[in-house]
Design a protein around this ligand. Structure first.
Ligand SMILES: [Zn+2]
Length: 176
């Protein structure tokens, strides 16, 4: 399964001052996040919580997080008998948003600095501003945890099988 993306999800705002981003300095000092944006194909990596069915895009707190596709913020999704909103806060993901695209794929953006700028049911476009990159939830070095799941008829808000978006991200990324 594959997905096609239109917009790279992390962007550097004009005049962004990396020297004034304290978390970026701190993580740079530890030898991590030495570039403005850095990511690799860490999909399916083994992590303490299980397989990592996502790509982590590392960068400074305050970079823009933008939607990769047109879509709608998920109204509700179900997880372990709970019904949850499409934008909110969770212990693990921190400030997150889930967007369902026109093909039924679900895009999940996690660890944002602030609550998402969009609400359940909002329409978004490729490039719509969702929030700022951060490290909320279970997160070390600031990054966007970006996940894509294919369509699911029984739990459309969460999506079905994971899809690795790395090749699409690679295609859209312009090195800074
Ligand atoms: Zn991750």
């Amino acid at each position: 399964m594959s997905v096609s993306l239109v917009y790279f999800p992390v962007q550097v705002p004009q005049d962004f001052d990396f020297d004034q981003a304290p978390d970026f300095q701190r993580s740079s000092g530890h030898g991590l996040c030495v570039k403005h944006i850095i990511f690799s194909n860490d999909y399916d990596d083994n992590r303490p919580g299980g397989k990592h069915e996502a790509i982590d895009i590392f960068g400074a707190v305050g970079l823009w997080v933008r939607s990769t596709t047109d879509g709608t913020v998920v109204t509700t999704w179900r997880y372990q008998n709970k019904v949850l909103p499409g934008a909110g806060y969770s212990h693990r993901g921190g400030n997150f948003v889930r967007i369902i695209d026109t093909n039924g794929n679900v895009h999940y953006y996690a660890h944002m600095r602030d609550p998402a700028f969009v609400c359940s049911g909002d329409m978004v476009f490729a490039g719509s501003l969702l929030g700022f990159l951060g490290k909320s939830g279970q997160c070390g070095c600031p990054h966007l945890h970006y996940q894509v799941r294919g369509p699911s008829p029984w739990n459309p808000g969460r999506g079905g099988r994971g899809i690795n978006p790395y090749n699409e991200l690679r295609r859209l990324y312009i090195a800074d």
